[in-house]
Every structure is written in structure tokens, then in C-alpha cells.
Design a protein around this ligand. Structure first.
Ligand code: NAD
Ligand code: DAU
Length: 351
């Protein structure tokens, strides 16, 4: 990738799955760029994942909340770009309790946008990249493989999680339209790769199988997701940040659709396990049938397309990462990683 035009990025949610990969990706591919990572260390934020970067002069961790206006006001004025990834991210949790989703994904996004607006009114212009999701478009039917989400597809979110992300997405559009802020939006499909919290389907299934436990497949397993390697996603976000047109939305996809049953069988094959390890469990409430991204625009306008998302190789490599990092996921699954937070950063939030 060519060298970018931003010197100092404020990344929110950098201790989560995608954020951890994004920090590493930027430090590796942009040798002169600095990153400040603002993360509240909720249950899914893991400071241990970036522990090896302590002492790296181009990286700084700030333990704090995106809803803390005074804090974000100060941080936004130190940088020339914001990449906003912090969120409550798990659909099943949003079905149990929507409150933290609305608070962080809507209120937190608004707080950041107000900080960017305030800095701009004092002459400090900051580019703002909102990491949205394909879930804002709602679901596609299973019997129309010709249909895909484009950037013009109306937003029609199904779950409380998706609705809260859509609200953040719409706020970004409104702040662009009303205040002329320099905002770009990305909407991407399901990520897979290293450092994903093992409540999400791939790391959950792989680590369950390593523990000799069955894998809980929701409903009939026919629901379809488009799988994108997390480093392809990081590269695409950086591309949009650096070269995207202000006010534009860019879809990001992996061209890699699989039903959950196909995904499960692939994991079982890679791990040498049989179908008796599948446990059929009741379906997720309101379970979206299919997501599929048309990523023509980002390819045509910015020249980006996925290169790391090809299966079975990319999935095999991801399974191997969890097999090789048993310490990492065992500490996450047992909650032991939280002791590290407490020692390093004091009180942490979330379940
Ligand atoms: P994650 O749950 O792994 O990480 C979220 C991070 O945000 C955690 O480190 C958490 O501590 C932090 N955070 C939560 N609330 C915060 C707050 N109030 N203040 C500061 N930090 C807070 O999520 P992820 O899978 O890495 O997703 C990152 C972003 O990408 C999210 O915005 C999500 O909606 C979006 N996204 C994810 C996927 C995917 O497949 N994982 C796909 C499309 C879009
Ligand atoms: O599409 C992008 C979205 O992908 C992101 O916006 C979300 O933050 C991210 O969590 C992810 O959402 P999903 O709900 O698609 O991911 P999850 O891993 O939870 O589930 C993937 C599919 O697997 C989904 O159809 C539900 C199914 N599933 C999931 C779990 C956790 C199961 O069958 N069993 C399970 O135990």
C-alpha cells in the first residue's frame, strides 16, 4: 500500500478484535503514522492482545470511554484522523439487553461527532471514518442469490445491535450534511481471523472443539454470511480513510458466502472432527437469513479488493492461529485476562 496522508490516528475500540488487527496493520504498513487507541476495556476489549506494543513510541493506549466528552475533546484535537470502531458488537447480547448498545453505539458515536464538530469550529479539521456493518441493510432472502447489498440499498436493520449501528451510521450522514464534516463510512461483512472474542461463531466453534465440546448451530444452519479476512478489512478501512471521498459510503466484502452449515462442516473437516459434534440449538430471535455485499464501488473508485479471504486456506490458517494460541483464548474464555486489566488499568466495565 502507498504511504498515507494522516500522521496521527485516534482509533476507538482498538483492544477489540478488529481494532487489535488494525493497530498492528497500520504500524506495519505506515512507518511514520502514530496511533492513539481509546478503549474502555469492556468484556470484549483485551489489552493483553497488544501487550507486546507497550514501549512502542508510535503507539499509545488511553483507557477511557467514547462517551466521555471532555476526554474525547482533548484527544480529537491531538490527531488529524479518527477511525471509530468502538462498539457493543454481539447480536445475541443485544437481544438480551439493548441498553449498552444504544448508549455506546449511538450516544458514543454522537459524542465523538460533537468533539469533531467542536474541533472543526476552532479550525482543527479531522477526518472521521465510521466503521459500520452490512447488518444495517437488514436481510436478503435465501432464494435470490442474484441480490446483494449496494451502498444505495435502504437501511433496514433487524436486530437491536444492527439498529444501533444504523443510528450511528445515520448520525454520521447527518453531521456530514449539516455541518460539512469530513466523514467517510465503511460497511463490511463478517470478519474472521486472529484475536476474535470467542463468543463469535468461528472462534467459539474452534475452541469448543479443542475442548471436546459440541458446537451449537442455530436453527437449520441455512443462514448465509459473507466472510472477510480481518486484515483485508483493515486494509480496506485504511484505504477509505486515506483516499475515500468525503461524504461517501463504501461497502467492503469478501466475495465469500457460506451457509452456517457449510462453515461448520468446513471447521469440522479442518479439525478432523465428525458431524456428531454438531448440536442443533434453537434459532436466534429474528435471525437474519443472508448478508451479501456488492463491493464494486470500492474496487472501481479506490482499487481495493480482498486478497486474503479465500477459503479453505484462509480459514485453515485462522483455525491454526487458535490452535497455536491456546493460552490467549483460554484466558479470555475463563475471564482470567480481566485480572491483567485490573492490575494494569484499574476498574473495567461490562459483564
Ligand atoms: P469487539 O467487540 O471485538 O471490540 C469492540 C471494542 O470496543 C472493545 O475493545 C471494547 O472494549 C470497545 N468499547 C466498547 N464500548 C466502548 C466504549 N463505550 N468506549 C470505548 N471503547 C469501547 O468488536 P469487533 O468485532 O472488533 O468490531 C469492531 C467494529 O467493527 C464495531 O463497530 C462493529 O460494529 C464493526 N464490525 C464488525 C464486524 C465483525 O465481523 N466483527 C463486521 C462489520 C462491522
Ligand atoms: O455482518 C457483520 C456482523 O458480523 C458484525 O456487524 C457483528 O459485529 C459481528 O458480530 C457479526 O455478526 P453475526 O451475528 O453475523 O456473527 P456471529 O458470529 O454472532 O454469528 C454468525 C452466524 O453464526 C450467524 O448466522 C449466527 C450463527 N451462530 C452464531 C453463534 C454465536 C450459530 O449458529 N451458533 C452460535 O453459537
Amino acid at each position: 500500500m502507498s504511504e498515507g496522508r494522516y500522521e496521527h490516528i485516534l482509533l476507538t475500540g482498538g483492544c477489540g478484535f478488529i481494532g487489535t488487527n488494525f493497530v498492528r496493520f497500520v504500524l506495519e504498513h505506515r512507518p511514520s503514522v502514530r496511533i492513539t487507541n481509546l478503549d474502555a476495556l469492556t468484556y470484549s476489549g483485551n489489552a493483553e492482545s497488544l501487550r507486546d506494543l507497550e514501549g512502542e513510541p508510535r503507539y499509545r493506549f488511553v483507557h477511557g470511554d467514547i462517551r466521555d466528552r471532555a476526554l474525547v475533546d482533548g484527544l480529537v484535537r491531538e490527531v488529524d484522523a479518527v477511525v471509530h470502531m468502538a462498539a457493543e458488537s454481539h447480536v445475541d447480547r443485544s437481544i438480551q439487553d439493548a441498553s449498552p448498545f444504544v448508549s455506546t453505539n449511538v450516544g458514543g458515536t454522537q459524542t465523538l461527532l460533537d468533539a469533531v464538530r467542536s474541533a472543526a469550529s476552532d479550525g482543527h479539521e479531522v477526518r472521521f471514518c465510521y466503521v459500520s456493518t452490512d447488518e444495517v441493510y437488514g436481510q436478503l432472502p435465501l432464494d435470490r442469490p442474484d441480490l446483494k447489498f449496494t451502498e444505495r440499498t435502504p437501511l433496514n436493520p433487524s436486530s437491536p445491535y444492527a439498529a444501533s449501528k444504523a443510528a450511528g451510521d445515520l448520525l454520521c450522514g447527518a453531521y456530514r450534511h449539516t455541518f460539512g464534516l469530513d466523514i467517510v463510512i465503511t460497511r463490511c461483512s463478517n470478519n474472521f481471523g486472529a484475536y476474535q472474542f470467542p463468543e463469535k461463531v468461528i472462534p467459539l466453534f474452534v475452541t469448543n472443539l479443542m475442548e471436546g465440546e459440541p458446537v451449537p448451530l442455530y436453527g437449520d444452519g441455512r443462514n448465509v454470511r459473507d466472510w472477510l479476512h480481518v486484515l483485508d478489512h483493515c486494509e480496506a478501512v485504511l484505504t477509505v480513510l486515506e483516499r475515500g471521498e468525503a461524504g461517501e459510503v463504501y461497502n467492503i466484502g469478501g466475495n465469500n458466502e457460506r451457509s452456517n452449515l457449510e462453515l461448520t462442516r468446513e471447521i469440522l473437516r479442518i479439525m478432523g472432527k465428525g458431524e456428531e459434534m454438531i448440536r442443533r440449538v434453537p434459532d436466534r430471535l429474528g435471525h437474519d437469513l443472508r448478508y451479501a455485499i456488492d463491493a464494486t464501488k470500492i474496487k472501481r473508485e479506490l482499487g481495493w479488493e480482498p486478497t486474503r479471504s479465500v477459503w479453505p486456506g484462509a480459514l485453515e490458517e485462522t483455525v491454526r492461529w487458535y490452535q497455536d494460541h491456546e493460552d490467549w483464548w483460554r484466558r479470555v474464555k475463563s475471564g482470567a485476562y480481566r485480572e491483567y486489566y485490573q492490575r494494569q488499568y484499574g476498574n473495567v466495565t461490562g459483564a
